[in-house]
Design a protein around this ligand. Structure first.
Ligand SMILES: Nc1nc2c(ncn2[C@@H]2O[C@H](COP(=O)(O)OP(=O)(O)OP(=O)(O)O)[C@@H](O)[C@H]2O)c(=O)[nH]1
Length: 470
């Protein structure tokens, strides 16, 4: 039912923009149906195809076509979708995703071939459809080829990149500073360039839009760039059809319409390719930063990542009444573990310890490896009792988690120094870690395998209010 309604709506949209005597200049139905079947292959079953056919035919019937004529047009449309889907399935998996720039070019090749198939179908059925819409079967083929190619190249990148965009949006990974108006500058530039293009007129005026589209491609995600490219190109079609950009005013209008469609399709490929390369580059940069911010052995934040995010967290809460906890964690006599069981087992102990700590922490807590067997934590919003409870849970989890490395049975213990601040203090993270470190020394001095906490109102000398709790 969904397929039928979607095809009905998009086909109706196309028919509504169909110029007298020609196929629709904007015919989203075929590309949207292909995109839907690529994204949801389970819909491309016989029921789905029948629903799509029913959608095409009923849209045409609603707009006054007769049944036989509508059926022929619909079969040519379905030839595009079927060949496009078949080609996507035949394509090697690595090219199928738009996550790589080569995926976009592969998609272009598929659009090209699928449009060729619908053009061939139009030529074969040409003697049936041409008397009504076209002078010759070849005209029908050229028209179908250019319309399907344009719509597919403009619509499919936006459709296929949408799931990743929305899943990132849902997971909050797209969050940006809302007060940054500069973020909207490329869209504003695009709007201005579209207006200037109409004002200037002539074939060369289309080029005025290119720099703004490239700026959008370098500034936004592939989905947003593809959507903006689609909207800009649809606007250019509308502007040309309305005579706002006079391009079709003389000579053979059919040939010019086909040339315009192909021109705009190739014109859109530039910004789409830049957006795709930019997205792949940003993903690589993010992965590199992730790698630099994390310790390979334990998966905890690296020293650099911990300080970067820790300072960020302090900045966020500084001056507020949010309580803050900083902990230093150090495995006891770790040198003996290495000496007795070997470095590889020592590594396994570190990995297992970090995994155990992560299970106890909340998503917002920062856990970093400062070096060797020394780790640190920054947690906000915990009461004094909760902070102590959390530290105790971590300590006892380590003691309760004996590790079996081959025939070796390793039991590690942990000392924790904890500084609890009634409100987020003004000091640097280094200074706060020094408070926790003093408590850690005390824990080591008192016999290890324990938590020592110092409570501070803001940032003051911990010796004044030290409250060891073993
Ligand atoms: N397996 C392994 N060992 C490491 C790693 N980084 C540091 N170490 C070892 O950790 C040990 C730390 O030893 P010490 O600083 O003397 O501390 P300790 O033996 O834990 O004693 P206390 O901290 O006083 O309880 C050294 O033997 C380092 O070689 C690592 O990545 N893997």
């Amino acid at each position: 039912m969904g397929v039928l309604l979607l095809v009905l709506f998009t086909a109706w949209l196309g028919i509504a923009t169909r110029p007298v005597g020609l196929l629709a200049s904007f015919w989203p139905a075929n590309a949207v149906l292909l995109g839907l079947f690529i994204l949801h292959p389970q819909l491309a079953r016989p029921e789905g195809w029948i629903a799509a056919l029913a959608g095409y035919v009923s849209a045409d019937l609603f707009m006054g076509g007769d049944l036989l004529f509508s059926l022929r047009l619909s079969l040519v449309n379905l030839a595009f979708v079927a060949s496009g889907l078949l080609l996507v399935r035949l394509m090697p998996r690595r090219f199928r995703s738009l996550r790589r720039p080569s995926g976009l070019l592969a998609l272009f090749a598929i659009c090209l071939l699928a449009s060729g198939c619908s053009a061939l179908a139009a030529v074969l059925l040409g003697h049936l459809v041409s008397p009504r819409l076209f002078a010759t079967a070849w005209e029908a083929g050229a028209s179908w080829f250019s319309a399907d190619l344009t719509n597919a190249v403009l619509i499919l990148p936006a459709m296929l990149s949408a799931p990743e965009f929305f899943s990132r949006l849902a997971s909050g990974r797209h969050s940006r500073r809302r007060d940054d108006l500069w973020e909207f500058a490329p869209v504003v530039a695009l709007l201005v360039s579209l207006m200037v293009c109409v004002g200037v007129g002539g074939p060369a005026s289309l080029g005025i839009v290119v720099p703004a589209l490239l700026w959008c491609a370098l500034s936004y995600s592939l989905f947003i760039s593809a959507l903006l490219t689609l909207l800009a190109c649809v606007w250019l079609f509308v502007a040309v059809s309305l005579g706002l950009v006079p391009l079709l005013d003389a000579g053979n209008d059919f040939a010019r319409t086909v040339a315009l469609r192909l021109g705009i399709t190739l014109f859109a490929l530039g910004p789409l390719t830049v957006a795709s390369i930019n997205q792949a580059r940003n993903r690589e940069l993010l992965a590199l930063r992730q790698r630099a911010d994390h310790d390979i052995l334990t998966g905890a934040l690296s020293r650099r990542g911990f300080f970067r995010r820790g300072e960020g967290l302090l900045r966020q809460h500084r001056g507020t009444a949010t309580p803050l906890v900083v902990m230093m964690l150090d495995l006891d006599h770790f040198k003996r573990v290495n000496d007795r069981h070997g470095h590889a087992v020592g590594d396994e102990v570190l990995r297992s310890f970090a995994g155990g700590v992560r299970q106890i922490l909340r998503q917002s807590d920062l856990f970093g490896r400062l070096g060797g067997e020394e780790f640190a934590l920054v947690l906000s919003g915990l009461t004094e009792a909760d902070a102590l409870g959390m530290a105790e849970r971590i300590r006892s989890a380590v003691a309760r988690r004996p590790l079996h490395a081959g025939t070796d049975h390793v039991v590690a213990t942990l000392s924790i120094g904890l500084a609890w601040y009634a409100q987020t203090p003004a000091g640097t993270l280094d200074e706060l870690l020094a408070d926790a470190d003093r408590a850690l020394y005390q824990a080591k001095d008192e016999g290890r395998d324990r938590v020592v906490m110092v409570t501070l109102a803001g940032r003051e000398s911990p010796e004044l209010s030290a409250l060891p709790l073993a």
